[in-house]
Design a protein around this ligand. Structure first.
Ligand code: DAH
Length: 344
């Protein structure tokens, strides 16, 4: 039995020397040391041994097991090291490589200006109201004191969908919607930002689609001086405290009296330059006291309340603020243009 054990040791160690991979190593482990392995097989014969022989053979068997296990462990460690080395080589990361920068987007200048205008009016206690871009003739014209065949409809060449439905030509219809929603409650203070559409030929200052922000205040005893103070507050927040405004008489069917508002030229500070055609002033918006008929359409009694309204073009405000010379820059989405507003 002792000879068989010694022979097993020699055979096993010789086989183990040759092993080239972890799979084969495991096969040999099972073959020699497993439950049904060679060593167990030999030790089955222990029963037939005398009491003196048994511990001697037992000792030899333990030595053989220990010797095989030692080589198995060595081999296993060597395979593990080789595997680790292989993975380190395959998964090498060069931490000295410069990183790939992620291109960050930026807020569109029109969005930026819109948000700025909204912030200024929110700070004065206004809320924001929105209305549909596809609008009825009633809200876009009729309720704003522009009955069918009114000559002032020609000022806003419209995209009609049917006789009664069109793309809104201004944000003024949201005035009517906001008044109806208020259900006679005052004070009503809203601004209404949004897209508007006109059948214009596109050029440096015109676009078939552009953006407006409407303002409306309705309450007891609202006066023209409230309008003027509000607008002065607004332009100074927008362009700086040095900027002044002036109101020129004008006409809009939905306001009476009506005015156009100029600001001190943002380019020359009022000295006169090419941008302001040497007048020192630049027009930025239309406004006036809400016409009694418009208040009535909104569900208010013009004998009891009054109101003011104004409407401005966001593109125009942005052109002046950023000194841009062509409205089309806003729509072409050229990243060289848009990127300039990333950190402003
Ligand atoms: N809706 C006018 C336009 O698009 C602008 C305007 C003028 C709005 C006077 C107003 C206003 O609210 O009072 O040309």
């Amino acid at each position: 039995m002792k000879d068989r054990l010694e022979a097993l040791r020699v055979e096993a160690l010789a086989q183990l020397q040759e092993v080239a991979d972890a799979g084969r190593l495991n096969d040999l482990r099972v073959h020699y040391l497993g439950k049904k392995g060679q060593l167990t097989e030999i030790l089955r014969g222990m029963g037939g041994l005398s009491a003196e022989e048994r511990p001697v053979i037992g000792q030899v068997a333990n030595d053989v097991r220990a010797a095989i296990e030692a080589v198995l462990a060595d081999k296993q460690a060597a395979f593990d090291r080789a595997e680790t080395a292989r993975r380190l080589a395959a998964e090498t990361i060069d931490v000295t490589l410069p990183g790939r920068s992620v291109a960050a987007g930026s807020v569109h200048p029109l969005t930026k200006v819109t948000q700025e205008i909204e912030d200024i009016f929110l700070g004065m206690g206004y809320t924001i109201a929105e209305g549909p871009e596809v609008e009825t003739d009633y809200f876009n014209f009729e309720a704003l004191n522009l009955p069918k065949d009114h000559p002032a409809r020609d000022m806003q060449d419209s995209f009609y969908i049917t006789d009664e439905i069109l793309l809104r030509t201004h944000t003024s219809p949201v005035q009517i919607r906001a008044m109806k929603n208020a259900d006679g409650a005052t004070p009503l203070k809203v601004i209404c930002p949004g897209r508007v559409y006109r059948r214009d030929d596109d050029d440096a200052t015109h676009s078939f689609m552009f953006h407006q922000i409407e303002g409306l205040v309705v309450g007891p005893d609202i006066r023209m001086s409230d309008l003027k103070g509000t607008l002065l507050q607004f332009v100074q927040a927008m362009y700086g405290p040095q900027v002044q405004i002036r109101l020129r008489p004008s006409f809009f069917p939905f306001t009476e009296p009506s005015a156009e508002v100029d600001v001190t030229c943002t380019q020359c500070g009022g000295q006169g330059c090419r941008m302001c055609k040497h007048s020192g002033w630049i027009e930025i918006l239309g406004c006036g006291m809400v016409h009694p008929k418009v208040l009535e359409h909104g569900g208010f009694d013009p004998e009891k309340v009054s109101g003011f309204a104004f409407g401005m073009g966001v593109e125009r405000i942005a052109l002046l603020k950023y000194d841009i010379d062509d409205i089309r820059h806003f729509y072409n989405n050229d990243l060289r243009f848009l990127g300039q507003f990333a950190r402003m």
